[in-house]
Design a protein around this ligand. Sequence first.
Ligand SMILES: [Zn+2]
Length: 347
Amino acid sequence: RTDWHPVRIRFRLPPHVPAHAVLCAPTLRVREERLLLDVPYALAVPKPERAGHRIAVAFDWGLNTLLTGGTLHLTDETQPRVLTDAHPLSFRAAGVLAKADRLRIHDERITARIDQLRTLITSRQERGVRPDPLLVAKLAVLQTERERVAKRRTRLNAALAKAAARFMTDHARAAGASVIYLEDLRDMEARGKGRTLNTRLSQTVRGAIVTHVRHTAAAHGIAVVIVPPRGTSKYCPRCLNKFRHHKAPDDRAAGWAWATCPNEACGYSTGRDNAAWQRIGARGLTHQHTTRLDRTAGTFVIRAVVEALDRASQVQHQTRDRTKSRPTTRRPAPGKRRRVPAPPGRA
Ligand SMILES: [Zn+2]
């Protein structure tokens, strides 16, 4: 300590640090002959609550659309009702998912090639022959390529998780919601949704999305609650009759994507995912007092569905439902546009 002496460092706080932030002890780093100062700061935020929510946003995991969701309200009556405008919000990541898929296929090909080369090299070594230097060089190139692809996939997944979390938190803030309800990922295998979903997006990535949304939401005092998904897309959110699933609004053949309520008094017809988030949200809002904190995962969960509560959680639509009811009319195909400038005098 005799060698210690105090140093005063003046620094300016960047504008994104709020004035009421509490600064913590800084860390000094030297990088490329420059002194860097890491200053962590703490912000007081409201604690996410387990129950007592009146406005919620709920999201359902989908196949083509990664997340479909919307806002729901709980009324103040003695028998609270769940209301929604049924306006769906969707997070599409088709481009990112396609890129992830291409990288996965590329990775599989490289791995197969590496295995082949290894077999060739070791079989020569076993016979006491020196392996072909060309093969050894090829193997080295492929191994660096595999590492590069693995890094690229990790970065892409992290970016996707952050974007999805941001999307959910921003919508919750815009709607003034204090809670985000999400489906339980573990039960999806049981629902037959698992395998198809997993080829598109691994369980790990979906887990990362949940972790990210918990953190981004916590910064605004918004709770994230995991809801059991049992039967969420099976029943009509308005009258709780069993849905009939078919291919499209105009195709009555049994299928996956579309759901129509057979109850004539109701007749609700909507996309499968759009029906599911309404059920998830209603289930979450009516099961608030059964919400528990899972200590190992650190998340709020609703473990079991109470039949009596679930039966009562009909969703009432406040305004005219503007969900899609027929297929999109054909638009002119891209690529038929003129590729060369119009001839002079005709432009
Ligand atoms: Zn119905």
